[in-house]
Design a protein around this ligand. Structure first.
Ligand code: PEP
Length: 230
């Protein structure tokens, strides 16, 4: 089964930066079906024909209406997104997103035929108090066991942008628990300080179905080394 490799640009990049990125990204090394780039929403439409799948980084939990500043699932679809990240820890914290509103986002995306990449992950405090399993279950609680076609990204908050990565057995245990929670197959990605040096080991030694890559994805050559593993 090919792995899914997702780049999360976060709030980085300008039109020239992203043009350069695509110019320097060796497309032939990546399966265009299994490599996804989550660009800032304002750039999605410009890069829809550049050969990779596109993803939004967030979406409104509402369909349409008086929600100044928000972007709907249908709008993302219009701009060429076939995926969308939801529940990223930065959005949960900075935008005060609740598990319920994130589930509503998932429903909006489903209606628009966009694949959600639903992020979950524990803080260092939760990890140290050995509450990771119940914390993740709480984040997943809005999804019933029979949910189908989910892509979940396990991103420990303490591993994002820090250079710290959980051990192979820690990742394997969490991913196994998530997969066992559902009656249907779900894909589980890992994210948190992935780079060209650790990606292969993570993909080969754990039961993950792919990677979500933040900082290292901004360098097209480095991201290509990761993307070619899918
Ligand atoms: C992320 O925030 O989704 C992420 C994986 O970041 P980084 O790779 O920079 O840790």
């Amino acid at each position: 089964m090919p792995k899914l490799i997702v780049a999360n640009f976060k709030m980085h990049g300008t039109q020239p930066f992203i043009e350069d990125w695509f110019t320097n990204f060796p497309l032939e090394k990546a399966s265009s079906k299994h490599v996804v780039v989550a660009l800032p929403a304002t750039y999605l439409a410009s890069f829809r024909d550049y050969g990779l799948c596109l993803s939004g980084q967030n979406v409104s939990s509402m369909e349409k209406g008086a929600f100044t500043s928000q972007i709907s699932a249908e709008m993302l679809k219009d701009c060429g997104a076939s995926y969308c990240i939801i529940g990223h820890s930065e959005a949960r914290e900075q935008l005060n997103e609740s598990n319920e509103s994130i589930h509503d986002k998932y429903l909006q995306l489903k209606d628009a035929n966009i694949q959600s990449i639903f992020c979950v992950g524990e803080s260092l405090e939760v990890k140290e108090s050995k509450m990771t399993e119940s914390h993740l279950e709480d984040q997943l609680s809005a999804f019933d066991n029979d949910s189908e076609g989910l892509i979940i990204a396990y991103e420990p908050i303490w591993a994002i942008g820090t250079g710290l990565v959980p051990t192979i057995s820690e990742i394997t245990e969490v991913v196994t628990n998530i997969k066992e929670r559902f009656n249907n197959p779900v894909k589980v990605l890992y994210g948190g300080s992935v780079n060209a040096s650790n990606a292969q080991n993570l993909l080969e030694k754990t039961n993950i179905d792919g990677l979500l890559v933040g900082g290292a994805s901004l360098n097209p050559q480095e991201f290509a080394k990761i993307a070619q593993l899918c």
